[in-house]
Design a protein around this ligand. Structure first.
Ligand code: PLP
Length: 376
């Protein structure tokens, strides 16, 4: 049988996306001034119980704007997981602040919350929460620390559209929260991101930072510089159509996760994502798999083996303390985070995009069994 290649992610765009996009074209509203942008900001922020939403060009930009809006700058320390996407660290180093790293918890693949307090110094300004792959971080413990030490909290909820922590939406915690709408997220706009907050001053600051720090009264005269991080009406059109189906998408992802687990749970040599913790049920942003420590290959090799079988898989993130760009600058010297290093070398995820069919999942399962049995 000659099955075609199954990509690691394919988004589902068969709702009102086309209709709203046509509306943009028919009305001529394609820039960031179009009416869908505000509507999307309102609906997104409402969906996570926030007062303000500020749409930006991508999730990385959202983190950058959030860090700047909180006034974090030169020499300030921000505590964050070492195991995450580089966007998180970049937003911090870009303003001259210092990422202070924390190891991962092997049960949830998130930052080890119990190791945060020991990292707090007089320079610490904020804690960055990053919920990874499908289970939220233990938010309450972090909020308690932030309160005790008077720290800001930035919540990166890029992978958590529709997820909750103890019944409250991810994206509703801390001083600011950010989202990404990249095509592998539960809500996509092609490229896109958003900052949500309840604080009016921070919201206003984000709006200014998103748009070159234009002043309200005298245009073209600037006291400060940022970047152009604007979000277009075309992106908002797609986002609105996606958001209408969020509940259905979450359900779909959870069913996919359960199905993979059911079919793979007896396979020796791999560790599957935890289905739930006592505060949340896994949302399976992607379906991650961890290779047993005894398997003699790493995730890069596994990715090649799956590619030969016609299956797109992706390795997990690479740790911040092992990034060549930071090592070159002498950062994180001699730092070691054993759990995070294990995840970065042995973790990968299999096709789990919203457009994936049952037939494709069955094919993926057969290939996972074949590949893993060939190395274990
Ligand atoms: C996707 C993602 C981002 C970055 O979003 P972009 O829109 O790709 O810039 C940031 N943080 C996390 C946790 C992500 O998964």
């Amino acid at each position: 049988m000659n099955m075609s290649f199954i990509p690691v992610n394919e988004p589902l765009l068969n709702g009102n996306e086309k209709k709203y996009l046509c509306e943009c074209i028919d009305t001529g509203w394609i820039s960031s001034e179009g009416p869908f942008v505000k509507e999307f900001e309102n609906k997104m922020s409402e969906s996570v119980n926030r007062r303000y939403g500020i749409a930006v060009s991508n999730g990385t930009a959202a983190l950058e704007v959030a860090i700047q809006a909180l006034g974090i700058g030169n020499g300030d320390e921000v505590i964050m997981p070492t195991f995450t996407i580089i966007s998180c660290a970049m937003a911090v180093t870009k303003v001259g602040a210092v990422p202070v790293l924390v190891d991962s918890d092997l049960h949830t693949w998130n930052m080890k919350v119990d190791e945060i307090e020991a990292k707090i110094t007089s320079k610490t300004k904020a804690i960055m929460i990053v919920h990874l792959y499908g289970l939220p971080v233990e938010v309450d413990k972090i909020l308690a620390l932030a309160k005790k030490y008077n720290l800001k909290v930035i919540e990166d909820a890029a992978e958590m559209h529709g997820q909750t922590y103890n019944g409250k939406p991810c994206g509703s915690f801390g001083d600011v929260s950010t989202f990404s709408f990249y095509p592998n997220k539960h809500v996509t706009t092609g490229e896109g991101g958003m900052i949500v907050t309840d604080n009016e001053d921070i919201a206003e600051r984000c709006r200014s930072l998103r748009n070159l720090c234009f002043k309200k009264d005298v245009r073209y005269i600037h006291d400060e510089i940022s970047d152009n991080y604007r979000f277009t009406n075309l992106q908002a059109a797609v986002g609105l159509a996606q958001l209408e189906r969020l509940e259905e998408f979450v359900e779909r992802k959870r069913n996919m996760g359960r199905y993979y687990t059911e079919r793979l749970q007896d396979l020796k040599g791999i560790i599957l994502p935890r289905e739930a913790t006592d505060y949340a049920e896994n949302i399976y942003w992607v379906y991650g798999i961890l290779l047993d420590r005894n398997i003699p290959v790493d995730n890069r090799m596994i990715q090649k083996m799956f590619a030969e079988e016609g299956i797109g898989v992706r390795t997990f993130f690479w740790c911040m303390h092992e990034q060549p760009v930071y090592q070159k600058q002498g950062m994180f010297k001699n730092e070691k985070y054993v759990n995070a290093e294990y995840l970065a070398r042995k973790g990968f995820y299999i096709p789990s995009g919203l457009a994936l069919t049952k037939e494709q999942m069955d094919e993926v399962v057969l290939k996972v069994i074949k590949v893993i049995k060939s190395v274990y």
